[in-house]
Design a protein around this ligand. Structure first.
Ligand SMILES: *Cc1c(COP(=O)(O)O)cnc(C)c1O
Length: 335
């Protein structure tokens, strides 16, 4: 009984290699749920890709990657005194406050750091004048470059240029720039080494190579008016109730990511629920997303199938439209 991720290996690996070829400075981001793949398996994949640096989200994630990947590990969460952060030759800290830089400079290891710019994201980092000043006066740390994290969707070139002029550095770690923007920047600033941090576009960029599937573990004939489930809701039409793998523990939510624009519209218009309190599920049977009978359980979900649709066989797998960044799979099959 599993929610599984199936990966068309040749197609996925080709996409990874193509992405790297287009942007050789890419720093793969390996964090959180590992974009559905797990942090550990992405660390091994980064080793296979041959990159010199990966980025993890937090200090806690270092343990999952350090034995699987042999290069440098950039930590995206900013260094703070209360984090009890380890330091060694492979770890690159992100620093965004003067007092943190002073504390790191006091360590005997000469920590490696990147100095983060407080961009329009407003997450963390130095303001422009502070970054310029700090980069001129760092103590015994090793500054690997400056970093900026940008909103998604492109269109932030003017901000990039502003930062680069205000606080020049020979290397900039950047995010969420589209390839043509990166190419243009490299053209205009030939002396600058751009290191794009890339997660979604790398691991999930070839969407057609990825499929999520759930197992049908049971199937029951139901008649209009029957009560089912934890909440004993009445079934409004004759049909089948399917029990499928995948529940809240996997990140299966009430609001299904819609497969088509039309479905997205319907789902949005209803705020995930229709007038009778039903929610469209991410489970697809006979080419259509089906309704939940009730909110997903911890590890399984109950789905309604109208009589007009032949139910799948117990043991069959059905497609699930998931958001990979919020899904935990029981099994990952890479061909
Ligand atoms: C998560 C993250 C990224 C990668 O973002 P994607 O949208 O997955 O490519 C890059 N930089 C920072 C600072 C991040 O937190």
């Amino acid at each position: 009984m599993a929610l599984s991720l199936y990966v068309d290996g040749p197609r996925w690996r080709q996409h990874l290699q193509r992405t790297l070829a287009a942007s050789p400075g890419v720093v793969p981001v390996v964090k959180g749920n590992g974009y559905g793949f797990t942090v550990a398996s992405l660390a091994r994949r980064a080793q296979w890709l041959g990159v010199d640096t990966i980025a993890v989200g937090t200090y806690r994630e270092i343990a999952d990657v350090e034995k699987r990947f042999s290069g440098s590990i950039l930590v995206l969460e900013p260094w703070r005194p209360f984090l009890d952060a380890p330091t060694n030759n492979r770890i690159i800290h992100t620093v965004g406050r003067h007092q943190d830089l002073i504390a790191l400079a006091a360590l005997k290891e000469r920590p490696r750091v990147v100095l983060e710019a407080l961009t329009s994201m407003r997450r963390h980092g130095f303001a422009a004048d502070a970054l310029a000043q700090t980069s001129r006066s760092v103590g015994t740390v090793r500054v690997e470059g400056h970093a900026m994290h940008l909103p998604v969707g492109g269109g932030h070139l003017a901000e990039v240029e502003r930062w680069m002029a205000a606080a020049p550095a020979r290397r900039w770690f950047v995010s969420h720039l589209i390839q043509s923007e990166l190419d243009g920047l490299s053209e205009r600033h030939r002396d600058v080494d751009f290191r794009p941090r890339l997660g979604t576009g790398l691991w999930l960029g070839e969407r057609g190579a990825l499929a999520a599937r759930a197992t049908v573990t049971d199937c029951h004939v139901v008649r209009r008016g029957d009560r089912v489930g934890y909440r004993q809701r009445r079934i409004s039409r004759d049909g089948h109730v399917l029990v499928v793998s995948g529940g809240t523990a996997h990140g299966i939510g009430l609001e299904a990511p819609a497969a088509s624009n039309r479905q997205r519209f319907i789902s949005l218009a209803r705020g995930g629920l229709d007038a009778t309190g039903r929610a469209l599920s991410p489970y697809e049977i006979a080419g259509k997303q089906r309704w939940f009978v009730e909110p997903p359980h911890m590890q399984v979900s109950l789905i309604f199938l109208p009589v007009s649709v032949a139910p799948p066989t117990i043991g069959d797998e059905v497609e699930v439209q998931v958001r990979f960044t919020t899904t935990t799979f029981d099994a990952i099959h890479i061909s």
